[in-house]
Structures are given as C-alpha cells and as structure tokens.
Design a binder for this molecule. Structure first.
Ligand code: TRP
Length: 338
C-alpha cells in the first residue's frame, strides 16, 4: 500500500496555479484504490510567514473550501489540519534532537535569509530577522511526513531539499534506534503542472500575477485579457511552446482540445480568439466548484466538522506510530523485570 502525503501551507488565496499544480493532480491520485492519501493544511508552517491572525484564519478556510469544492472526498482522503495533531509536534522534538544543526544551516530558505542580510549591509547579525520557526521549518516538515510513514510525497521542485533532509533525518533515527521510520520519495510535479503567471513568470502571490480561483466571470475574463502575448498579427502562424496562453489552456484542456488549439496556432489564430477559448474553458471548469465553494464558505462549520473527523483518523495513526517511536528511543513505561 502506497502512502501519499502532502501539505498545503495556509497562506494566501488559492489560485489557478495551485489548481493545476496541486489540487487537481492530488484529487486524481486519491482515486487510486492502491493508495492511502493524507492531505493536510500546514497551518503551523504558515505561522512562520504570517503574523496576521485574520489572514491565516481566512486562508485556512479558503484553501480547505477550495480542495473540497474541487471534489476532494474526505471518505477517501484523510484531510486534516496540522495543528490538530499534537503528536506531530512531539515527533518534531524527537527529530530535532537527532538533526545536526549544520544540516539546517544548509537549508535554502535559511541561507536566503542570511544572504538577504548580507546584501542589505547587515554586518552585526547575519541571522537578523530570522526566526527559529524558519530555521526549524525542515524538521517540522520531516515530522509531518515521517509521522504517517508516508512513502510518496508530491511536492513542487522547490521542496526537494526538504525531502532530502527528511530522508537524512529518518536514516539517522533508524541507524540509532532501528528501522521505524520510512524514507519518503518525492514525486515532483511535472513541468506541465507549473503554471506561469499573467506576466509569464511563475504564478505566485508575491509577484501579484495570479488568477484567483473563485471570482466572477467578468473578473476572470479581465484577468485573461492581461495574459502576456507577443505582437504577432492575428493571421500569423504562432508557436504554442512560447505562448503563456497555450500553457494555461493545456493545463486544463483535454488532449484532444489541446491538439486542436495547437493546429490553430500553426494555421494562424488571433490572440483575442485564443483568449476567448481559454475563457470559455476556465469559466466552464470553475463554475460548479464555484457554487460549491460559495456554499462551503457560507458554512464554515461544515468544513470544521470534516477537518475534525480527519484529525480523529489521523491522530489514531499518529498515536500508534508515536508510541512505537518513543519506545524505540527509550521513552516508555517503567515495568518490574520479569
Ligand atoms: N513546505 C511545503 C510547501 O511550502 C508545505 C508542507 C508542509 C509539506 N509540510 C509538508 C509538503 C509535508 C509536503 C509534505 O509547499
């Protein structure tokens, strides 16, 4: 049985890039009867980036609602909030005790913080503004994964180092305490799942180039008109490989639809017509989930109940595993010798 696990940091509003890169593939993967999926809201990871309580809370609601609106089935997937599983934080400590500080010094996010200090001329304290949360981020992520003995972890390319670290930490635990932790494998999202933003760079909140998932048709149309194109005239043949519009279309269309558009590019199709076609595709794809999303947002208590049921299932497993890991390290009840 494959155990597939992934976490979604609860920062920001879910956008079209998240849908193509994470939500749809994860929901599709959960239909396979040979896998048990654990998908969770990494809200304690979000606390590292966001010190705005309303924003964190709102993002948790919106992201949970988005995953459910696109068809995540909580009967198939263990869907929970990281902060509801205290065992994860206990395991985080156990792993911290085994993790070399030097390993954390090499983490990209931490090094980026130090580098930013250096370029800004900060000489007194290279760690200025860097929290222990940011520093320990990879250990918490390792605990998320190792807690459930997950062997497959779908992630973006930027998370590969964290997976490597998870394997390192797990291997050290196993070396000292016996084979208890499972070394996970990263399943890196395919390039086709990575959507560019309106300006052609990666779609990301921080670049302000996103298309939100749940807006009006009018706002969707407007966002699509902003997608970057070149200045070739309407009848000129066009190259789909260099076209942001095509990348968008392909991410959501069927292979047949994609082939038709590619042929139209070769023949010469105006950018306005491509935009119209993309609009129709997306407007159709987002309509039903949009209704479900609105319904869920209006009833947060329904989402809350789903997450609590998920947490109950997740904790049952987590408690079982944690008892095993604790016993392995010598933290176990005292008993008279037989
Ligand atoms: N760090 C991941 C991200 O930023 C989110 C995450 C937290 C995660 N814990 C995880 C992903 C465990 C996979 C497995 O995208």
């Amino acid at each position: 049985m494959n155990i597939l696990l992934t976490g979604i940091k609860t920062t920001g509003t879910p956008h079209l890039g998240n849908l193509a890169g994470a939500i749809l593939p994860a929901i599709k993967a959960s239909a396979d009867p040979g896998v048990q999926c654990y998908y969770f809201l990494a809200d304690y990871h979000a606390l590292i980036n966001t010190w705005n309580p309303q924003a964190l809370h709102r993002s948790t609601l919106e992201i949970a609602a988005a995953w459910l609106a696109f068809g995540l089935d909580p009967d198939r997937v263990v869907f929970y909030r990281q902060s509801d599983i205290p065992e994860i934080f206990e395991l985080t400590w156990m792993l911290s005790c085994l993790t070399a500080k030097g390993l954390m010094n090499r983490a990209h996010a931490y090094k980026a913080g130090v580098a930013a200090n250096a370029t800004s001329g900060e000489t007194d304290d290279p760690d200025r503004g860097i929290t222990m949360g940011l520093y320990n981020y990879p250990i918490l992520m390792a605990a998320d994964i190792l807690m459930f003995k997950a062997n497959r972890v779908p992630v973006g390319r930027d998370q590969l180092q964290h997976l490597e670290m998870t394997r390192d930490i797990a291997a050290r635990f196993n070396h000292h305490f016996g084979e208890h932790l499972v070394l996970p494998e990263a399943l890196v999202r395919e390039q086709s799942g990575v959507l560019p933003g309106l300006d052609g760079r990666k779609m990301s909140k921080s670049y302000c180039n996103i298309i939100p998932l749940f807006t009006s048709s009018k706002a969707l149309r407007k966002a699509i008109t902003h997608i970057k194109t070149d200045s070739s005239p309407p009848k000129a043949p066009k190259d789909p490989h260099t076209s942001t519009l095509f990348t968008f279309y392909r991410a959501f269309a069927s292979p047949e639809q994609t082939a038709i558009l590619a042929a139209d590019y070769a023949r010469g199709i105006g950018w306005g017509d491509v935009k119209q076609r993309l609009f129709e595709l997306l407007d159709d794809l987002l309509r039903e989930p949009g209704y479900r999303h609105a319904e869920l947002i209006a009833h947060p208590e329904r989402i809350e109940e789903i997450l609590r049921e998920g947490a109950t299932k997740a904790r049952r497993k987590a408690q079982l595993h944690l008892a095993e890991f604790r016993a392995a390290t010598g933290i176990r009840p005292l008993k008279a010798p037989l």
